[in-house]
Design a protein around this ligand. Structure first.
Ligand code: SAH
Ligand code: DHB
Ligand code: MG
Length: 218
C-alpha cells in the first residue's frame, strides 16, 4: 500500500504543484544540512497555502520550523504586509530556515524565533488568522491552548501528525501518542472550538491532521 500512496502523491504532485524555486532550494538546503526529512510533503504544503489563501490570512503562527518548508508554503499566501512568526528550538534548524526563507524572498514577511515553544509562546503577540502546530507532539495540548488564546475569533488551527500510523488507538506510553490523546480530550472539552480530523496517506505514510475553527462569537 505504501508504495501506491507514494506513487499517487507523485502523480498528483507532478500535475498540480508548480516549480517553486524557493521550496526546491529549501528542501535541498535542509537535506545538505542533515536535517531530518520530516517536513510536510509538497501536496500538504500546498494545502496549507490554499487554506491560508482561502481565509485571506494576514497573520500566521507556526510552532516547529525545521528547515522552513511549511513556513515558506504558508508565507507564499501572505500579502506584502502579512506576517508569519515561526518558533524553532534547534538553532541549527532555525539558521537553515532563515537562509531558505531569505532565498525564497520572504525575509520581510517571516520571522524565525529560536527557543522552546513553551517559553516563547507567552511572549508572542496575536491575534493570528492561522496557526500550524508541528513541533514536539507531547506538548500539543499546551500548544493548542496557546493557539486558541492567540487566535482571532474565526481563526483556524491545524495540528499535524495526530494519527501517526494509528498510534492514537494504542495505549502505548509513547509520549507523542499520549500527546495526541490528551489533545483530543482537551479539544472535546473545549467549547471555544469546533474541530475535525482528516486522515491522510501519501509519501509520508499514514497519518492525519486536526483542523479546528475558533468560534467567531467569542
Ligand atoms: N513544520 C516543519 C516541520 C517541523 S519538524 C515543516 O513541515 O517544514 C518539528 C520541528 O520542531 C523540529 O525542527 C524540532 O527541532 C522542533 N521542535 C521540537 N521541540 C520543540 C520545542 N519544544 N519548541 C520549538 N520547536 C521544537
Ligand atoms: C514525523 C513526521 C512529521 O510530520 C513530524 O512533524 C515529525 C515526525 C515522522 O515521520 O517521524
Ligand atoms: Mg509534522
Amino acid at each position: 500500500m505504501e508504495s501506491t500512496w507514494k506513487a499517487v502523491d507523485e502523480y498528483v504532485a507532478t500535475r498540480l504543484l508548480g516549480e517553486d524555486r524557493g521550496l526546491i532550494e529549501a528542501k535541498r538546503r535542509a537535506g545538505a544540512a542533515g536535517l531530518p526529512s520530516i517536513a510536510v510533503s509538497g501536496l500538504q504544503g500546498k494545502q496549507l497555502y490554499l487554506l491560508a489563501r482561502s481565509i485571506g490570512a494576514k497573520r500566521i503562527l507556526e510552532v516547529g520550523t525545521l528547515g522552513g518548508y511549511s513556513a515558506i508554503c504558508m508565507a507564499r499566501a501572505l500579502p506584502e504586509d502579512g506576517r508569519l512568526i515561526t518558533i524553532e528550538l534547534d538553532p541549527r534548524h532555525a539558521r537553515v530556515a532563515t537562509e531558505s526563507v531569505a532565498a525564497a524572498g520572504l525575509n520581510g514577511r517571516v520571522e524565525v524565533r529560536v527557543g522552546r515553544a513553551l517559553d516563547l509562546l507567552p511572549e508572542v503577540e496575536g491575534p493570528f488568522d492561522l496557526t500550524f502546530i508541528d513541533a514536539d507532539k507531547s506538548n500539543n495540548p499546551a500548544y493548542f491552548e496557546h493557539a486558541v488564546r492567540l487566535s482571532r475569533p474565526g481563526g483556524v488551527i491545524v495540528v499535524d501528525n495526530v494519527v501517526r500510523n494509528r498510534t492514537i488507538l494504542s495505549d502505548s506510553p509513547d509520549s507523542s501518542a499520549e500527546g495526541a490523546r490528551r489533545l483530543f480530550e482537551a479539544v472535546q472539552r473545549d467549547a471555544r472550538v469546533e474541530a475535525t480530523v482528516v486522515q491522510t496517506v501519501g509519501e509520508k505514510g499514514y497519518d492525519g491532521y486536526l483542523m479546528a475553527w475558533v468560534l467567531a462569537g467569542l
